[in-house]
Design a protein around this ligand. Structure first.
Ligand SMILES: [Ca+2]
Ligand SMILES: [Ca+2]
Length: 149
């Protein structure tokens, strides 16, 4: 029953995301610059905030449907799947973020609590292992497609 609710919530979120894309077909990834924009959680393919980047606006239960498609085009890791491939992060969401090894913000695996504004390399517990994250004011951890965030 719990899983059913998660699936239903996910479908609703996907439908909302689809309508946003339809209304704004010009929407694109947030840029080729090599820094994290405001109001985003950013992940980099390499340590030290280098290589290709992926930007996120809201909590996400599954990073397998996003690619590293921000930052310099063609940078190391360009268009690689984000899940289990992020080495460093910058939290510019405006809120606390928790990164998880497992999908669905599952605390049974390794996780790391990160204050707003924090940037760092992931340690051994999470380097190339992050599969989901939650932003503290975005109460629900559901999978959305943030390819163009
Ligand atoms: Ca996702
Ligand atoms: Ca993982």
């Amino acid at each position: 029953m719990r899983n059913q609710h998660k699936v239903i919530a996910g479908i609703g979120t996907l439908a909302a995301a689809a309508s946003i894309v339809a209304a704004a077909p010009a929407a694109s990834a947030s840029g080729t610059q090599n820094y994290c924009p405001t109001d985003r959680v950013c992940l980099w393919f390499n340590s030290g905030y280098s290589g290709a980047r992926a930007d996120f606006r809201v909590s996400d239960a599954n990073l397998s449907n996003e690619l590293f498609n921000d930052g310099p085009v063609g940078a190391s890791g360009w268009l690689v799947q984000v899940e289990d491939n992020a080495a460093s992060f910058h939290n510019r969401s405006g809120n606390t973020v928790i990164f998880f090894n497992f999908r669905n913000c599952d605390v049974d695996g390794a996780y790391r609590v990160v204050a707003d504004g924090a940037k760092d390399n992931f340690g051994d517990a999470l380097k190339n292992k992050v599969s989901s994250f939650i932003i503290s004011n975005e109460g629900v951890c559901t999978n959305v497609d943030q390819s163009n965030a």
